[in-house]
Design a protein around this ligand. Structure first.
Ligand code: GLU
Length: 443
């Protein structure tokens, strides 16, 4: 059996979002699980829409996630290969030039729909004589090049969708080269997948029809086709189309919001499969547990909110060393960093939450004091020792307050926590005390 080769093939016309992250991740995990090769292929045959900043952005995002590629290929550097394949298709009589304008095509489609027929290109261009083509070329410029599909059923066994059978007669002959000479994705992808020996292609189910035509193009070029698997598309939590909200779901935005890579990876590697989503903190575990067969065809609901508790749980597993840079940035003194991290790490969702915690310790919290506790708190504050506090301060202090006031349990501890931190709940007060630099409640 040949070595497993997969590829992630983004068009650099935007940044990676949660939808295409799923594609990247599945291809990555398949390659790594098989000890194979993972190619990052930049689909940049569209010079107007492709931007270098997106190429860089895509690489940054994959690097942030730890999805390392073995090599990069760029379609813009392989145009001669695509032209060679186009020549071969011409020689084989599977490629023809067509001259309809977009308006004409639109009109044809409307007519077909009105007659209750599927809007499939009618192949009128196949009947043009050479003289007619010359005349059209002189009038309208070069035509588009369409691949002539064999009108029979195209079948494959899909890694996720199962057995697929598509009637090629219900599909328009795909345009592979535009009138301005631009090579289109369908042709480029076929040539690349063949030249690069790609063995498995996982992509979104919006590509199913492309796959059917690509299989025929590969057959026309006398090549085997890779195995295909089409994952379902992500929807929002209510089943709504995700595309409307893609703006907020770009990986870089999630990163800005403090989402950790392993939260994203853990969710996206299992969402839509029969395996449960659980936090994984290392790539090897994600790779080992990945099984494409466990994914189903139904649309997959995605809720960005799920990433926050996973991020929180991931952070709980981090050592001080892992977060030292962020803690240093806040200006936490070196001798308090360990205490600060041990107190906060179970009380944050993202590292952004550290800022407010440190501000509270450094500047003191606005005390919250219920009217009926006013006197009690004043009395307790008068008994609070001088700074700096240590790990024993809370125990000793509350013991003497208890003795002096007769209060105990919740009635004792709750007002004191509220007065010192302004919060009803939070980390162990014994551990909080050494971090407090200011006690506003002391007046
Ligand atoms: N550039 C294509 C896309 O982003 C690649 C599809 C494929 O995986 O073949 O949709």
């Amino acid at each position: 059996m040949s070595q497993t080769i997969t590829r992630f093939a983004p068009s650099p016309t935007g940044y990676i979002h949660v939808g295409n992250l799923r594609t990247a991740l599945m291809n990555y995990l398949i390659a790594r699980k098989a000890g194979g090769t993972f190619i990052l292929r930049i689909d940049d045959t569209d010079p107007e829409r492709s931007k270098e900043e997106y190429v860089d952005g895509i690489k940054q995002d994959l690097t942030w996630l730890g999805l390392h590629w073995d090599r990069v290929e760029r379609q813009s550097e392989r145009l001669d290969r695509y032209h060679a394949a186009a020549d071969e298709l011409r020689e084989k009589g599977r490629f023809y030039e067509a001259f309809e304008t977009p308006t004409e095509l639109d009109l044809k489609r409307k007519k077909q729909l009105n007659m209750g027929k599927p809007p499939v290109y009618d192949r009128a261009a196949l009947n043009l004589s050479d003289a007619e083509k010359d005349a059209l070329r002189a009038e309208r410029g070069a035509g588009v090049w369409r691949f002539k599909l064999d009108q029979q059923r195209i079948e494959w066994s899909d890694g996720i969708l199962g057995d697929i059978s598509i009637d090629a007669a219900s599909v328009s002959d795909p345009v592979l080269i535009r009138g301005d000479g631009q090579i289109l994705y369908t042709l480029a992808s076929v040539v690349d997948d063949t030249d690069m020996g790609v063995t498995h292609v996982v992509r979104g189910s919006d590509h199913v029809t492309n796959t059917a035509t690509q299989i025929q193009i590969m057959q026309a070029l006398e090549h085997d086709h890779p195995s295909f698997a089409h994952h379902s598309l992500l929807t929002g939590p209510q089943g709504e189309a995700l595309s409307k909200r893609l703006g907020v779901l770009a990986l870089r935005d999630l990163r800005e919001q403090g989402i950790e890579p392993f939260a994203l990876l853990s969710l996206m590697a299992r969402l839509g499969s029969s395996d449960t989503v659980d936090l994984r903190t290392d790539m090897a575990e994600l790779i080992d547990g990945f099984d494409i067969d466990s994914f189903g065809a139904a649309p997959t609901k995605f809720d960005v909110k799920d990433l926050f508790p996973l991020t929180g749980r991931y952070l709980q597993t981090r050592s001080l060393e892992d977060v030292q840079p962020q803690i240093n940035d806040l200006g936490v003194p070196a001798d308090q960093a360990a205490q600060f991290w041990s107190v906060t790490r179970e009380n944050i969702e993202t590292l952004h939450d550290l800022g407010p915690w440190w501000a509270m310790f450094r500047d003191g919290a606005e005390p919250v004091i219920d009217a009926e506790d006013k006197e009690f708190v004043a009395q307790a504050m008068a008994m609070l020792p001088e700074m700096p506090f240590d790990e024993n301060t809370w125990g000793t202090w509350t013991a003497s307050v208890k003795e002096a006031t007769g209060r105990k349990g919740r009635g004792l501890f709750r007002p004191l926590r509220l007065a010192l931190t302004g919060q009803e709940h939070g980390p162990e007060m014994a551990a909080v005390m050494p971090l407090l630099q200011v006690v506003k409640a002391r007046g």
